[in-house]
Write a protein of this length. Structure first.
Length: 700
C-alpha cells in the first residue's frame, strides 16, 4: 500500500523503527543481517534566551550563562557568530560551558547560536538572540566614613565571613559600585594631615595573620598614634581610560583607657632558695608597657621592666609591694600585692614523654614511680596504654612496657609481692572490666582475669589480708553502681563481694588502722548529685554498713589517713539546685573511727576539687592544685559547665591545730594530676591539666 499522506508516512516509519528494534533485540541482528537506522528525537536548544548584562559586571549567574539542548545524538558541539550587521559582545566568550566573561562595551548585540549533534551527517539547530549590554552605573564609593579607632588595638569591626566567631578578623572593608571592575583604592592625607600611623590600605594583606578576606580592599592593623587624620580615598576602576572618584574622610584615633593590672592569678607563693618566676599582666593601656614597683621585694627577687618577677628568694616571710605599670601614652595603673615566701615549695624535675591526666602513679618497692595510662592532654579524650617509670635518683622518666588495654580513670594498687594491679577504666569508647598486672622485674604488663563489672571512677583498696577491695564506680549505663568485688592475688581471681549500702562513683576509700575501709561521698545518679553518706567495709564480716553522714555532700574530694588514725576529708564538689554539683568546696572535716562520726575542721585556704592530698613524714597533709570552678568532669576531661581552670596554689593541713596554711605554689597549675610521697620524704606531682602537660615537679 502506498502512503501519500506525509503524517501517515512519518507514523509508519516510527512504527517500523520500533518493530525493527524489537526484532533486533529478540533475534540478534547486526551479525550478517541488514543494519537498522536508529531514530533520534528532534535536536532542540532548550536553554532560555541569554540575559542582559552590564559593562564591568561578570555576565550571567555565577560561572556564566549555561546553554542546554535535547534530542539528536550527544555529545553536542556549540558555536556562535554575530548576526548580519552586528558584532559579538566585547569581553564575552562562548563554549560548551556557555557564555562567560565581563562585558566591556554597552550596546545591542544580535548573535546566532548553533548546536550540532554527533550523527553522520550531523544535525544542526540554530537560534537567534539579542543580548543587551547596559552602560555601567556611575562610579561611587559606597562604604562610607571609616570608623574611629583605638591606638594599639586592632582596627575596625570583626568580619567573620562564615568562620567561627573566635576566628573573626578585624578591618574596615572599602566597597564601591558602578564603573568597570576590578577596582583599586589608594589613600593619602589631606594637606596638613597624614594617614594614621600603623594602619594599612591593602587588597591582599593580613592583620592579624590568617585573614580569610584576600582580594577585598580594606583598612587593617593597629593604629599606633592618637590623633585626628583627614584623608583622601581614591577609587579607580578598570575602564580604558580608567574612571576615578575621590572621597574625603576623617578618622579619629584615641588612646586606650589607662592600664589596669590583672590580679588573678595572683603571684604564686615562693619557697626559700628555690627558683621563682612570675609575669604581671595588664588590661588596656598603649603598648609597650613598662613595669616598676615600690616596697621591699623578697631578697633575691627582682622585677624587670617587662613585668617579670624573677630570682631565687633567700628569706621567708610576707613582702607587701605596690606594682606600677606605665603605658606608651604616659598613663599609669597601680596594684598592691604581697609576695609570700614559704619554707617549702616546688621545683621542676624530669618530664614525661606524654602529657596525661586521669592516670595513676604508684610508688614501687624499689622507690621508683610507675605512671600508667590516662587520657591524652592534647588528644580530645583519647586514652593511652603507655606507661613510664620515674627514677628519683636520676630525676628522669623512662618508658616501660605498655598496658594491654588503653585506659583512663582506672585504679592501680601495689600488691604485697611488689607487683601492681590495674583495674577498669575508660578505653576511649566504653568502660571496661579488664584487669592486668605490672611486674617491675620485667617492666611488662599482663592481662589477667576480668572483673565481674566494667567500672570507672571506682576505688581499689589493699586490705590487710592482702586482698584488694574494688567498690562502686559507673558502668556503661552511665550510672553509679553499688557492687563490690575482691581480688585475690594468690588465686589471681576476682570474686563477688557484698554490695555497698549506696551506689556511688567518684568517692573515696580509705584503709583505717583497724583494717576496716571508710567509704565517703561520691555522686549517686546520672545528675551527679553529691552524697554526704558514708559507710564502712569490715573484712571480717565481709559486709558494708552505713555510718553517720559527713557535714557536706561532696565528690572529687580527698580522704587522707592521718598519723593519729583519723581521716581528713577535704574539698571536692558539693550540691546545687541544678543537680550538677557546685564549684569546688573550701570546707574540710575529720572522721574519728572511735566514734564513727564526722566533725568540721578549719576551712582550706583555697576551694578545690580534683586535687591531691598527701600525708607527709612530719604528719602534715600537702594539698595541691585542683579546680575551684569545675562542676563535673567527664572521663574525657570535658566539664559540664565551663572550661578547665586549675589552680597552682598549695597548702598544708596541721592535724594538731586543725588548720590549713599556705605553702609554696606549684610550678604549673594542675588538676586531675597525681601526687606521690617518695622514699626520701619529697612529693612528686605528675600530669594533669596544666601549662606544661608533660612536666613533673617535686615538693621539698
Amino acid at each position: 500500500m502506498r502512503l501519500n499522506n506525509p503524517a501517515l508516512q512519518y507514523f509508519s516509519l516510527r512504527v517500523l523503527g520500533v518493530l525493527a528494534i524489537f526484532v533486533c533485540v529478540a533475534g540478534g541482528c547486526g551479525r550478517g543481517g541488514d543494519p537498522i537506522t536508529q531514530h533520534f528525537d528532534p535536536l532542540l536548544i532548550t536553554s532560555s534566551a541569554p540575559p542582559s548584562g552590564t559593562v564591568g559586571v561578570p555576565y550571567g549567574p555565577v560561572g556564566g550563562f549555561s546553554v542546554t539542548a535535547s534530542g539528536g545524538m550527544q555529545p553536542y558541539n556549540w558555536s556562535w557568530a554575530a548576526a548580519s550587521g552586528s558584532t559579538l559582545p566585547p569581553g564575552l566568550s562562548f563554549s560548551a560551558l556557555g557564555i562567560q566573561g565581563q562585558p566591556t562595551a554597552k550596546g545591542t548585540y544580535r548573535v546566532t547560536i548553533t548546536v550540532s549533534d554527533s550523527q553522520i551527517p550531523p544535525v544542526h539547530t540554530i537560534n537567534n538572540y539579542t543580548i543587551e549590554i547596559a552602560d555601567v552605573g556611575q562610579l561611587a564609593i559606597t562604604s562610607g566614613n571609616p570608623p574611629d579607632g583605638v591606638a594599639g588595638n586592632l582596627y575596625g569591626p570583626p568580619e567573620c565571613g562564615g568562620v567561627p566567631v573566635s576566628k573573626c578578623y578585624f578591618g574596615f572593608f572599602l566597597r564601591a559600585t558602578g564603573g568597570v571592575q576590578p577596582y583599586s583604592f589608594s589613600w593619602a592625607g589631606q594637606p596638613g594631615s597624614s594617614t594614621p600611623p600603623g594602619l594599612k590600605l591593602v587588597s591582599n594583606g593580613e592583620c592579624p595573620t590568617g585573614s580569610k578576606f584576600q582580594g577585598a580592599w580594606k583598612i587593617i592593623c593597629r593604629p599606633a598614634t592618637a590623633g585626628t587624620y583627614n584623608l583622601v580615598v581614591t577609587l579607580t576602576d578598570s575602564s580604558s581610560p580608567p574612571n576615578q572618584v575621590t572621597a574625603n574622610y576623617t578618622i579619629h584615633i584615641v588612646n586606650p583607657p589607662a592600664p589596669s593590672i590583672v590580679t588573678n592569678p595572683a603571684p604564686p607563693i615562693g619557697a626559700i632558695n628555690q627558683p621563682y618566676n612570675f609575669r604581671f599582666t595588664a588590661n588596656n593601656g598603649l603598648h609597650p608597657l613598662t613595669w616598676s614597683e615600690t616596697g621591699a621585694l623578697p631578697p633575691g627577687l627582682n622585677l624587670g621592666g617587662d613585668g617579670t618577677l624573677l630570682g631565687i628568694p633567700t628569706a621567708m616571710g610576707s613582702f607587701p609591694i605596690t606594682v606600677k605599670v606605665t603605658d606608651s601614652g604616659g598613663q599609669n595603673g597601680t596594684q598592691d600585692f604581697t609576695i609570700a615566701v614559704a619554707a617549702h615549695g616546688f621545683t621542676a624535675t624530669g618530664s614525661m614523654a606524654t602529657g596525661r591526666f586521669f592516670h595513676t602513679a604508684t610508688l614501687l618497692k624499689d622507690g621508683k614511680l610507675l605512671v600508667a595510662g590516662g587520657t591524652l592532654v592534647a588528644g580530645a579524650g583519647a586514652t593511652m596504654a603507655s606507661a613510664e617509670v620515674y627514677d628519683p635518683s636520676a630525676k628522669t622518666f623512662s618508658a616501660t612496657g605498655s598496658m594491654g588495654s588503653a585506659r583512663g580513670c582506672h585504679t592501680a594498687t601495689l600488691l604485697p609481692d611488689g607487683k601492681v594491679l590495674i583495674t577498669g577504666g575508660w578505653n576511649g569508647t566504653a568502660f571496661v572490666g579488664t584487669a592486668e598486672i605490672f611486674d617491675p622485674a620485667s617492666g611488662t604488663f599482663a592481662l589477667t582475669v576480668n572483673m565481674g563489672s566494667a567500672r570507672c571512677y571506682h576505688t581499689a583498696t589493699l586490705l590487710k589480708n592482702g586482698k584488694v577491695l574494688i567498690a562502686g564506680g559507673i558502668d556503661n549505663n552511665l550510672l553509679p553502681i553499688a557492687t563490690a568485688e575482691l581480688f585475690d592475688p594468690t588465686a589471681v581471681s576476682f570474686s563477688q563481694a557484698t554490695s555497698m549500702e549506696t551506689a556511688r562513683a567518684n568517692h573515696t576509700a580509705t584503709l583505717l588502722q583497724n583494717g576496716k575501709v571508710l567509704i565517703t561521698g561520691g555522686w549517686s545518679d546520672s545528675n551527679a548529685d553529691p552524697l554526704s553518706s558514708a559507710e564502712l567495709y569490715d573484712p571480717d564480716s565481709a559486709n558494708f554498713s552505713s555510718i553517720s553522714s559527713m557535714k557536706d555532700g561532696r565528690f572529687a574530694h580527698t580522704a587522707t589517713l592521718l598519723a593519729d588514725g583519723k581521716v581528713l576529708i577535704a574539698g571536692g564538689s558539693g550540691p546545687t539546685a541544678a543537680g550538677l554539683g557546685t564549684p569546688g568546696l573550701v570546707t574540710a572535716e575529720i572522721f574519728d573511727p572511735a566514734g564513727g562520726t564526722f566533725a568540721g575542721t578549719g576551712n582550706m585556704e583555697t576551694a578545690r576539687s580534683y586535687h591531691t592530698a598527701t600525708l607527709l613524714n612530719d604528719g602534715t597533709v600537702l594539698l595541691t592544685g585542683g579546680d575551684p570552678n569545675w562542676i563535673l568532669v567527664r572521663v574525657t576531661g570535658e566539664s559540664v559547665d565551663g572550661a578547665p581552670a586549675p589552680t597552682g596554689l598549695a597548702e598544708l593541713f596541721d592535724s594538731t591545730t586543725g588548720t590549713f596554711s599556705a605553702t609554696g605554689s606549684l610550678v604549673h597549675a594542675r588538676e586531675l594530676h597525681s601526687a606521690t610521697l617518695l622514699n626520701d620524704g619529697t612529693v612528686i606531682v605528675t600530669g594533669g591539666f596544666n601549662a606544661d602537660a608533660t612536666g613533673a615537679e617535686i615538693y621539698q
